[in-house]
Design a protein around this ligand. Structure first.
Ligand code: KG4
Ligand code: ZN
Length: 336
């Protein structure tokens, strides 16, 4: 079964083709980062308009490069939420219209389920159950994954998501958008002389809170001459605090569930120091860790094609109605 995957939930137009037996056939991405950079963040209306321009040509290119005709595609998976409503609707309308004209089923995929299943596209995928840490621009979630669609929320951020904390802190340090990768590059030039707090690690539980790190950054920055080296040192200390906090909570989640497998996904999982800190913790715990390849940490069409394919294979698809959900708790997802 060939599944066309479409991702348009935010600032990246992603298109991929996944085959149920042969795996990933092709994966293309058009990033809007350069366009939004001038504004210091994503402008939703510009994002929607750009998806309108780029999506259909990218689908054509994806089919052409894969030597596939429209008639070879057996199903379409698109991100139905959560995300920016205008951007989501571009993907939903395109996917539904193509599915209608090609007479094939289409399914709306939960964006975070896409991230969660991205490591399944790798050569050595994890078997379920496992604990998943999802760290993206909009979410920080610790989940017990029993089977596809059977998710137990263990903990979540009570305020800023991890990626949001990176982006806001980067802005304070005068870095552009998106802040995560830029802050990470700057941190490599610094040393974490300051000890930032490890929020909510001094009490039981698996929830997170990252918003206090912003205030700490601001105070730390104001206490320096704001030289490039000062900023690099602050970036390093911030990043170390996030990595350490995530490691502490993941270790707790493994102990609480009795599981020995951790999956880490979402944009922030591309961060080298976070990957290293989690890998080190996992070694000590004699457990296993799984990440998507860096390109599949951030938004992409491949993860949507994969997640949709699993649900289509299970016989799921939706009516012809076109809808998208800007907010959509993962717990409301049906089982596969
Ligand atoms: O998963 P994603 O592409 O989109 C959402 O679903 O939100 O995640 C984007 C987030 C942004 O906040 C971005 O700054 C962050 O992931 N990010 C990083 C890195 N690469 C992307 N944060 C820290 N270090 C990175 N290398
Ligand atoms: Zn995402």
């Amino acid at each position: 079964m060939y599944v066309l995957g479409i991702e348009t939930s935010c600032d990246e137009t992603g298109v991929a083709i996944y085959h149920s037996k042969h795996g990933l056939i092709n994966d293309l991405l058009y990033s809007q980062i350069a366009m939004h950079n001038d504004y210091g963040g994503v402008v939703p209306e510009l994002a929607s308009r750009d998806h309108v321009k780029k999506l259909v040509p990218l689908i054509r290119q994806c089919l052409h490069e894969s030597n596939l005709a429209n008639s070879d595609i057996n199903g379409i998976a698109y991100t139905a939420g959560p995300g920016l409503i205008g951007a989501l609707l571009v993907g939903a309308v395109t996917a539904r219209s193509l599915a209608w004209s090609w007479q094939i089923p289409a399914i709306g995929v939960h964006h975070m389920e896409g991230h969660l299943l991205a490591p399944m596209l790798e050569a050595n995928p994890p078997s379920m159950p496992f604990v998943a840490l999802l760290i993206s621009g909009g979410h920080t979630l610790l989940i017990k994954v029993n089977t596809i669609g059977n998710y137990e929320l263990l903990g979540e951020s009570l305020d800023d998501a991890a990626g949001e904390a990176f982006d806001k802190t980067a802005k304070m340090l005068g870095l552009g958008y998106p802040g995560g990768p830029k802050l990470s590059q700057l941190a490599e030039k610094g040393t974490p002389q300051l000890k930032f707090p490890r929020p909510m690690t001094d009490r039981p539980g698996l929830d997170f809170s990252f918003s206090g790190l912003k205030t700490f950054t601001m105070n730390a920055l104001n206490a320096t001459n704001k030289s490039d080296q000062d900023k690099a040192n602050i970036a390093a200390a911030f990043q170390e605090a996030v990595a350490d906090t995530l490691s502490i909570k993941c270790k707790r989640a493994l102990l609480q569930t009795g599981l020995k497998k951790l999956v880490v996904a979402g944009g922030v999982s591309a961060n080298k120091q976070i990957r290293a800190a989690l890998t080190q913790m996992i070694k000590k715990e004699d457990a296993e860790i799984y990440f998507p390849r860096p390109d599949f940490c951030t938004d992409n069409g491949a993860m949507i094609a994969y997640a949709g394919c699993q649900r289509l294979l299970a016989g799921q698809h939706q009516s012809l109605e076109i809808s998208a959900r800007p907010r959509w708790p993962l717990s409301e997802l049906g089982r596969c």
